[in-house]
Design a protein around this ligand. Structure first.
Ligand code: NAD
Length: 475
């Protein structure tokens, strides 16, 4: 095996840093150790934040075009090693190789596109006497914290805009999936000034240490709502700036005018892509009663034909749940659904290990107040629900503490837009799902987040406004 898969060090101040202790990274398909990752000590965390702090003034003053080139360089480096990254991704994350490669290639594209974004200057007055313009300055040291479900792209959502706007960053991947980010930082060492991009890895204690660190100016966090609340508390004492992208329980609303066979593949993917471990996956599917049976049949056939297995094996469509604690949560939800006497149209039986495998599972019209409807499953378990009229389904879709995304499926696009405007979510897709681009703002309403990622709005979250007002009179 090449060094790409064997030696993992942190990147602090442009240097390879090992730790006295390591954490095991487990392959969720086999439950064997893929590799050992450093377990960052408090002293090493201090060094990473200090390095980012020291590098900040020079990076802030680096011309924007040079920062653009550095961000675009991420794209070049990722693309040059895409196959190795994809294999490493499958080994630690579990997603089948084709899906892993898609995330890596999308990451390269993402960096290149973010590098093209503009940092606007807003002129609010230009009268004979006065000119006022608002610039957007970098904030300082950013702490980026990411989960295990999209460990590569969600990190790039933070790294690229943070660096483009002139911040420096300390990035902390999930303890379950640190390897691709450790490797990316290693490959980028020769392309960036020391301290601009630091990646540290470690166990559960590292996130709280990082968010409590007094020298961090901004936290950009993606993860669960429960952790997001803790992050916000930790940020309060120093008034750190915070962006939170949190959980979701997205509803799809399927109107009776759709051609069921034409949309069935997309509906299936919306719910079960990445084995349901997507913040914006369809987690409740509301289907009009006139076409419910047809949709149920189309999805059930697809569920029964899907191959769930080791992502390195040819023909695998869906990988395992990524880690043991999440596997236990999904198993518990499935057991609860069964003991409530609800019917599975597909799946519902969890095989013995090794591997954290859950079959594609569809629950037939469970009650609205059942756990499988109310909770974010974050696994391949979909409640399929019947509705009769639009007011009723809008109310049901909105009756959630979450407000991340949702989708509407109809031939009548203007009706779809009308319904979309009534949904309390940051994004609504019509006749597709999960379409996310570097230029499109992405936000969560209610308990799904605070602030915005991506697009110009997301870019500005890594900045702080400074208004310069000039008196035009001669002095
Ligand atoms: P998680 O909240 O357990 O962990 C996320 C990250 O936070 C990890 O790196 C973890 O080590 C770190 N962390 C844990 N405790 C911390 C603390 N007290 N302080 C600081 N950091 C801490 O989430 P997860 O299980 O890794 O990810 C799944 C969740 O993420 C789901 O709820 C999913 O919906 C959500 N998610 C949201 C988005 C989005 O963009 N809205 C995207 C992907 C995933």
């Amino acid at each position: 095996m090449s060094a790409f898969f064997e030696h993992f060090s942190m990147t602090i101040d442009g240097e390879a840093i090992a730790s006295p202790r390591t954490i095991d990274v487990i392959n969720p398909a086999t439950e064997t150790v893929v590799a050992k990752a450093p377990d960052c000590t408090p002293e090493q965390l201090d060094l990473a934040v200090l390095a980012a702090r020291r590098a900040f003034p020079k990076w802030r003053d680096t011309p924007l075009d040079q920062r653009r080139a550095a961000v675009a360089k991420f794209g070049e480096v990722i693309a040059a090693h895409a196959e190795d990254f994809a294999r490493l991704f499958t080994l630690e994350q579990g997603r089948p190789l084709a899906g892993a490669l898609a995330e890596i290639q999308f990451g390269a594209f993402w960096a290149v596109e973010v590098a093209k974004l503009d940092i606007p200057v807003l002129v609010t007055e230009d009268s004979p006497a006065t000119r006022s313009e608002t610039h957007h300055l970098p904030i300082g040291v950013v702490a980026g914290i990411v989960p295990w479900n999209f460990p590569f792209n969600l990190a790039l959502w933070k790294i690229a805009p943070a660096l483009l706007t002139g911040n420096t960053i300390v990035l902390k991947p999930s303890p379950f999936t640190p390897l691709t980010m450790l490797k990316l930082a290693e490959l980028m060492r020769e392309h960036l000034p020391p301290g601009v991009f630091n990646v540290i890895s470690g166990g559960d204690q590292l996130g709280p240490w990082l968010t409590a660190h007094p020298d961090v100016d901004k936290i950009s966090f993606t993860g669960s709502t429960a952790t997001g609340k803790k992050v916000l508390e930790a940020a309060a004492s120093d008034l750190k700036r915070v962006t939170l992208e949190l959980g979701g329980n997205d509803a799809a609303i399927v109107l009776p005018d759709v051609d069921v066979e034409a949309v069935a593949d997309q509906l299936f993917f919306a719910a079960f892509g990445n084995s349901g471990q997507i913040c914006i996956a369809t987690k409740r599917m509301y289907v009009h009663e006139d076409i419910y049976d047809k949709v149920a049949e189309a999805l059930t056939v697809r569920a029964k034909n899907a191959k769930v297995g080791n992502g390195l094996e040819q023909g695998t469509n869906f990988g395992p749940i990524q880690n043991r604690p999440q596997f236990e949560r999904v198993k518990n939800l499935v057991a609860d659904t069964q003991s409530a006497g609800l019917t599975f149209l597909a799946g519902g039986e969890i095989p013995d290990g090794p591997g954290y495998f859950v079959p594609i599972s569809i629950v037939d019209n469970p009650p609205e107040d059942s756990r499988v409807v109310q909770e974010e499953a974050f696994g391949p378990v979909l409640p399929l629900l019947k509705f009769r009229d639009i007011d009723e389904v809008v109310a049901r879709a909105n009756a959630s503490e979450y407000g991340l995304g949702g989708s509407i499926w109809t031939k009548d696009v203007s009706r779809g837009v009308e319904i979309a405007r009534r949904l309390e979510t940051g994004t609504v897709w019509i006749n597709h799902s999960m379409y996310i681009m570097p230029w499109t703002p992405f936000a969560g309403h209610k308990h799904s987040g605070l602030g915005v990622e991506n697009g110009q709005d997301g870019l500005l979250e890594f900045t702080i406004p400074q208004t310069i007002t000039i008196a035009k009179t001669a002095v």
